[in-house]
Write a new protein. Structure first.
Length: 179
């Protein structure tokens, strides 16, 4: 790859994590640009088109990284976009891929994982299938995140659609997923 192809945009609202991830990719000879919001992404794209992007699924406030994925893919359909999230669910993974991401990784993921995901953009039939049934807690977690994605990560609207109190939903989102 030449230097023009090794341009990377990191869309992450955690400034410390973004800087650390950026430095790690710079050591691998990527030219890194950081963005914390959809507005920052628009500004970065005016300066040039990166070949790679890492997008956090949940940005500050109720902003969704899915909107960033959509904007990046619309700007350059050949861009390799990896969605990185601490709120992984089947629903958001499917939506991210539909909107143009080439891969979806749950945090914690390191630079090796992300770079490997860029290399697996075409997909593979070699993924191991499991026979493990989903637990009730996993199904609930996935339904919550599916509804969150449908509402653009609006907590109040998600709680209303799920028929639960907003604080109950916030408490459930604060817990780690049970596998």
């Amino acid at each position: 790859m030449d230097n023009a192809e090794r341009r990377l945009l990191i869309v992450e609202d955690d400034a410390s994590f973004a800087r650390t991830l950026g430095r790690s990719f710079e050591r691998r000879d990527y030219h890194v640009t950081l963005a914390a919001s959809l507005e920052d992404v628009s500004t970065a794209l005016q300066a040039g088109s990166p070949g790679f992007a890492i997008v956090d699924l949940k940005l500050n406030g109720d902003a969704s990284g899915l909107a960033c994925v959509q904007a990046l893919h619309a700007h350059d359909p050949k861009m390799l976009i990896v969605v990185l999230t601490g709120f992984a669910s089947i629903a958001t993974a499917v939506e991210a891929i539909k909107l143009g991401a080439c891969h979806y990784l749950a945090k914690p993921s390191n630079t090796d994982d992300i770079e490997a995901a860029f290399g697996r953009a075409a997909g593979t039939t070699e993924v191991e299938l499991t026979n493990r049934a989903s637990s009730i807690k996993t199904l609930e977690w996935e339904r919550i995140h599916e509804t969150l994605a449908e509402t653009g990560f609006n907590i109040s609207e998600t709680a209303r659609r799920l028929g639960m109190h907003r604080r109950t939903l916030a408490r459930k989102l604060g817990k780690q997923q049970v596998k």
